[in-house]
Design a protein around this ligand. Structure first.
Ligand code: MN
Length: 715
């Protein structure tokens, strides 16, 4: 394990101005916090954060990142709190530790591989400060190095799979190539031990045949370049088993053809020399077709620059050569950490203020990354500003637009789930349906077969699918209502003419009305486009009733009793027109009312004090003077709506429904519009006979202790 002074020394080597005191304090704090905890290996737990800090120091990160590395597991695994860390090490470190803690709680829960892409985005989106991601990657790298100590094979495989699918692409994305390669090879070892072993065997066979080929090739390449007076550092190595494996998969080559196992690097001073060296090598050796790539004139999105080529090398084996400058080499090894050192001309080490510049540049690169890259072609950072990522209870990950609500989520799961959604649990707590979802939320939709989509949902959903489903449902519901109404109108018209309304009779006139089904005709009548007598006249031209004016108008109540013929509840209507009660003011018998005519849609009844009427103020031709006309023998029930503020305490909902029921009201719908620790606000639909009954209910509610206020809802 790295000693305290060794870590401080390592940091001071690249950052002489680093705050020694805070590094020392963090080291001691973490050691004390983890105390006697041990790792699966039996080592003291504290060795882990120290190693993580060491990995970050290798990447020459700023002091806050190193301190975060030391403290990254203290909040999750020890008694230490964020507040404590903020007090001792400042808000910056506390924010970083909090970020790493949150990331560590995320686990790829689902086995579906398509989830990986979303999960990577979630990890990136939650790493608002890219240093959070760097600490997390170092954490993961050390955990992978020590993974063999974990007993359970299932757990090893889960962690390895998560590493391969999530963290390897992220390391590649930010250009930390050595971490990427080590992570993928460690994961490969767990996920496909047989594949890795066979590649290792092949490699040692090739090695045994060709003596020390790597150093021979280095020697010959160096000489070739020196002949042309090009001073170059040449290095070489075997590729990792995993990168060979992937190449075999991609190119569909077998072991026998596996010869391209060495990679060499030529490092020169200037860009011009890169191309000169390339020319020398291509002039001397035969090119392997299709391997030349110029990432100098066209850098990778993560900032990587280099020229790649493949040749048949000195002993006629295929080798890969990367040519780059010292600066490019630094970037390739350190990731974008190296950028600022060069761009700002401070080779001696970053100074205060500058040392964060590379972080900003990294963000810029991530944001402006264009073109297809190996893995994360769709993962531009800026895209996450308008997306949130949430889990289903099974662990499936859904990408939703920002502002999405549980209703949007329900429709994203399935349109039937959306249509039956009555509530949503977010992270285990029941929340209002209009709650905005946040990154990492787990969302559970509560459904009921009795539920249907509410038109009010349209005001807060943000996804096109949810909106379309709600509209479709509302439309089809409206149509069903018109069909029902139309059939009632026709039954009356036919009955008065002495005829019976039959499907067969109506079918006979489909063509004449340009309709495709009998329902089309019923709906047209329900909407007031045809009168019952017009249809009767079309079917039975000889009927005495045909075309005659009449005041028979059926009514449009929500719950008709099929065997009960209503008298018209409203006087003054235009015959044949459909009747609606406005959803804004819910008129009740006893209210003063007015009718508003909408062509093709019938008459809508509002209360005289309804706010909606203001929008018809300059259209007097649409106003209709109407009055209630009730049949006292067949009392009907009408839906009214009240707004209630209720104490949030046990039993208060029960009290509420008891009081309403005692006065004969029937709760037909209930919606919580607001919820705080002290109060519920809700809209309640109550079925009553008239305004007098509602007034009694409101008075009784107001007299109840748990009720804070009650108003009739209008508009
Ligand atoms: Mn850790």
């Amino acid at each position: 394990m790295m000693r305290q002074y060794e870590l401080v020394e390592q940091v001071r080597r690249y950052d002489p101005g680093a705050d020694e005191d805070v590094l020392n304090r963090a080291y001691v704090f973490s050691m004390k916090a983890h105390g006697t905890q041990t790792r699966a290996s039996g080592d003291p737990y504290f060795s882990h954060p120290v190693e993580v800090a060491g990995l970050l120091a290798e990447k020459r990160l700023d002091t806050a990142s190193i301190v975060t590395g030391l403290l990254h597991d203290t909040v999750e695994d020890t008694a230490a709190t964020l507040k404590e860390i903020g007090g001792l090490f400042g808000d910056e470190v506390a924010t970083l530790v909090d970020g790493v803690t949150k990331l560590s709680k995320l686990e790829l829960q689902s086995d579906k591989t398509k989830q990986a892409e979303n999960f990577r985005k979630l990890v990136l989106a939650m790493s608002e400060d890219i240093r959070v991601l760097l600490v997390k990657l170092a954490d993961r790298l050390h955990n992978m190095r020590t993974l063999h100590h974990i007993q359970s094979e299932a757990k090893r495989r889960r962690i390895a799979r998560e590493t391969m699918e999530i963290y390897v692409p992220l390391a590649a994305r930010i250009g930390i190539r050595d971490w990427q390669e080590e992570l993928e090879d460690l994961a490969f070892e767990v996920l496909n031990p047989d594949g890795r072993t066979s590649i290792m065997n092949r490699l040692s066979f090739l090695r045994s045949e060709g003596e020390d080929l790597v150093s021979a090739v280095i020697q010959e390449l160096s000489n070739t370049l020196a002949d042309k007076e090009l001073g170059a550092e040449v290095s070489g190595r075997e590729k990792t088993p995993y990168s060979i494996w992937r190449k075999m998969q991609r190119k569909n080559i077998g072991f026998e053809q596996l010869s391209d196992i060495m990679a060499f690097r030529v490092v020169v001073d200037t860009v011009e020399e890169c191309y000169q060296a390339l020319g020398v090598i291509h002039g001397r050796y035969r090119l392997v077709p299709g391997r030349f790539k110029d990432y100098i004139s066209l850098p990778k999105p993560n900032g990587y620059r280099s020229v790649h080529t493949g040749i048949f090398g000195p002993a006629n084996q295929r080798i890969e050569i990367q040519i780059r400058t010292h600066e490019m080499q630094e970037v390739a090894e350190l990731g974008v950490a190296a950028h600022s050192i060069y761009k700002t001309g401070h080779k001696s080490g970053p100074t205060e203020g500058r040392q964060y510049r590379w972080l900003r540049e990294l963000l810029e690169i991530l944001e402006h990354a264009a073109g297809a890259e190996d893995f994360l072609e769709h993962t531009k950072m800026e895209m996450f500003a308008d997306q949130v990522f949430v889990f289903s209870p099974k662990g499936d990950l859904f990408a939703m637009p920002r502002g999405a609500t549980p209703v949007d989520f329900a429709y994203a799961v399935h349109s039937e789930v959306g249509n039956k959604c009555v509530g949503g649990k977010i992270n285990g707590r029941i929340m209002p349906l209009r709650t905005e979802l946040r990154n990492g939320d787990q969302v559970e939709v509560i459904t009921s077969n009795a539920q249907t989509p509410s038109p009010t949902w349209e005001s807060f959903v943000v996804t096109g699918k949810a909106r379309a489903c709600i509209r479709r449902f509302v439309r089809s519901q409206a149509r069903q209502e018109y069909v029902r109404l139309g059939r009632e109108i026709l039954e009356k018209a036919f009955g008065q003419g002495g005829y019976e309304l039959t499907e067969k009779a109506v079918k006979g006139v489909l063509k004449r009305f340009g309709a495709e089904s009998t329902d089309d005709i019923y709906a047209a009548v329900g909407e007031g486009r045809y009168t019952g007598r017009e249809v009767l006249g079309a079917i039975y031209p000889g009927s005495k009733q045909a075309g005659k004016p009449s005041n028979i108008v059926p009514i449009g109540r929500a719950k008709p009793k099929p065997d009960q013929r209503h008298a018209i509840p409203i006087k003054g209507l235009i015959p044949g027109m459909a009747l609606h009660f406005a959803g804004c003011c819910h008129p009740l018998p006893g209210d003063r009312i007015v009718g508003i005519v909408t062509t093709g849609k019938g008459v809508t009844i509002h209360t005289i004090d309804c706010d909606t009427l203001a929008s018809f103020a300059d259209m007097p031709e649409r106003w209709l003077d109407v009055a209630w006309d009730l049949d006292p023998d067949t009392p009907d029930s009408y839906t009214s709506r009240i707004h209630v503020v209720l104490a949030n305490e046990p039993g208060s909902l029960g009290t509420l429904s008891t009081v309403i029921g005692r006065d004969g009201g029937n709760i037909s719908n209930l919606k919580i519009t607001n919820r705080s620790t002290d109060f519920f606000e809700m809209l309640i639909d109550v079925e009553v006979a008239d305004v007098k009954q509602l007034t009694n209910i409101i008075a009784a509610l107001r007299a109840t202790r748990v009720i804070n206020s009650v108003e009739r809802a209008r508009g």
